[in-house]
Design a protein around this ligand. Sequence first.
Ligand SMILES: C[S@@+](CC[C@H](N)C(=O)[O-])C[C@H]1O[C@@H](n2cnc3c(N)ncnc32)[C@H](O)[C@@H]1O
Length: 398
Amino acid sequence: MIKIDSLDHYGRGIAKLNGKIVFVENAMPLEIVDIKVLKDKKNYIEASVLKYIEKSKERVDIVCPYYDECGGCNIMHMGYTNQLKFKEDKIKNIVSKYLDDDIKINNIVKCDKNFNYRNKVTFQVKKDLGFFKNDTYDIVCVNKCVISDEIINNSIKYLKELDLKHINKITCKVGNSKLMVVINSSDSDIDITPILNIASSIYLKFNNTYKHLYGDKYIYEDIGKYRFAISPDSFFQVNINTTTKLYNKIKEYVKTGKNVLDLYCGTGTIGIFVSDENNVLGIEINESAVKDALYNKKINKLSNIDFICGDSTKACLKASFKPDIVIVDPPRNGLNSEGINNIIKLNPKEIIYVSCDPMTMVRDLKELKKHYNIEEITPFDMFPNTYHVECLTYLKRM
Ligand SMILES: C[S@@+](CC[C@H](N)C(=O)[O-])C[C@H]1O[C@@H](n2cnc3c(N)ncnc32)[C@H](O)[C@@H]1O
C-alpha cells in the first residue's frame, strides 16, 4: 500500500517505496493504492493500480470503456480542470528547472471541446481494428474513441466490414464534416464497397505510395476566413478548436507590414493565416505538403505568400527578403544547432516558436536566449485527456 505524493510529466502518480521512486499509472495525489509492479528498475519502479484503498475526491468517472488498456489517453481520470492545472504546472516546472525562474508563463488556453476533438485517427489493424495497448504492439479493439470526431466514430462499424486480412492500418481524417479514409495495405486489391456511403474521399497506401481510389482528392477545413485542403499524407493540426486560438495568438504577434519566414510550414496554414498585409515565405521538407501549401495559396486567392521545398535548417538562408519575424513549428525533436545558428544569422527582430514538446523547446530556447529575450510562453491544450501540451513562445531581439 502506498500514498501518492505528486505527478510526473506523464501524469503518473509519484510515490516512494523502500527508498525507490514509484511511478503509478492512473493514480492521483493523496490517493492510497495497492500496486502491481510492471517494471522494477535499478532506480525506480513503474506500476499500475491493483486496488484503490482511498480515492481522490477530484477523480472523475471515466467515459471511455478502453481507458485502462489503450495507450492513447492517460489523464482522463483527473477531470478537465485538473488536467489544465497539471499541464500548466508541468510547463512552469520544466521552464524553471531547465531554463529560467522568471519567464512569464501565461495561463493555459483551454480547448472548448475536450471530447470528440480529434479530426485524425489512425486505427491499427490485426484481424480487428483498434489502438495499441500501453507500451506494446498488441491491439485493444474499439467500437468508439471518445476523443475522436463523431464522424470517425460512426465510420468504425463500416471500416470493420472491409476485408481486414491484408490491411495494416486505417487513417481517418475529417474536415468540414467530410471523411477521408486512407487504407494502408499490403495488397493493392481492396474492395471498398462497405465504406463508399460514408467516405467523401478514399486512398490506398500501398508500397509507400498513395493511390486515389474514390471521391474527392482533398477534403477541407475552414479556420478563420481561410480554407485549407487536407490530403492523405500532409501534416494537419488535429484539434481545430485549439488550433484556431493558437493561430489567432500568433497573428496578434505578427501584426502587419512584416516580412515573415514560416519554417516547418506544413501545408502553409500559419503563414496563410498571418499573410494579411505581410510578405510570407514558407519552407517545408515534405514535397507533397508544399504542393498542398501552393494549392492552399490558390484557393485562398493570395499573392503575397510563397513556399519552397527544403530543409528549413539550411533553406532559411535562401529567403529573398530579410525576415522581420521567423516563425518555427518543428516536429517533436525541435530545432538543431545549425538551424538555430542560421536563424540567429538572419537576425530577425522577433521569433515565434510553436512547440509540441516542452523538453526540446526549452533546450532550443536556452540557445536562442543568448540573443533574444523570451517575452512570454503560452501553453495551449491541443490534446485534452493526454499529457501532451502545445506551447507558443514569443521572443524579441535584445
Ligand atoms: C508540427 S508540423 C507543423 C506544420 C504547420 N506549421 C501547421 O501548423 O500545420 C511540422 C512540419 O515540419 C515538417 N518538417 C520536418 N522536418 C523539417 C525540416 N528539416 N525542414 C522543413 N520542414 C520540416 C514536417 O513535414 C511537418 O509538416
